[in-house]
Design a protein around this ligand. Sequence first.
Ligand SMILES: [Zn+2]
Length: 182
Amino acid sequence: MKGRIELITGCMFSGKTTELIRRIQCDNQEHLVLKPFVDVRYNRDFITNHKGLCIPATNIENNIELFSVARSGSKNVYIDEIQFFDGNILEHVLDMAEHGINVIGCGLTYNSNHEPFKFANSDKDMHDYLRITNRYTHMFGKCGVCDSLSTHTQRLKHTDDIINFAGDDLYAPRCLEHYVKL
Ligand SMILES: [Zn+2]
C-alpha cells in the first residue's frame, strides 16, 4: 500500500508548526520528525513554534541522509520547514510514499515576494511539492494591521536575502489588502 503525501502550509505566523506539533503529539505509530540543518533559529535538535512549544527532531544535513533515515522503518515521517531542502526532496518523498510511508511536510508555499518558494540548488519549487500531495491543510494567522485572516508573509525591511530565518522583527503576517511587496 502506498503512503500518503501531505502538506501543512500557510504564511509565517499562521500556526503551521503548531499544527505539525499537534499531529506529532497525537501519533501513536512509529514515526520520525525531521528538520533541515539550515533552520537553527531556536534550537538545532527541536522543532519549535513561535510560542516556544517544542519537540525533539532529527537535523538532516542533506538528502542522502534523509534517504537513509527515512527508510529506517517509520510509518509516518514529519518534515518541518520542507521548503529549505533541495529539489531532490521530491524524489525522496515519492520514494517514501512508494514504500508505504506517510510523509507530512510542513512549510511555506510562498516567500515574502509571494513567489513559490524555491528549493535550494534546483528549479523546483513548493508548487511542485503541492502537485504530488494528496492531503493539504492551509493555516491562517491574523493580519497585523486589520486582524483579517493572513495569507501573505510581509517583509518589514529590505534585506538582500529573501530567505531569512529571523522571526517577528523581519516578517509579519498580512492579509492581501495590507500586503506590500518590498
Ligand atoms: Zn489586513
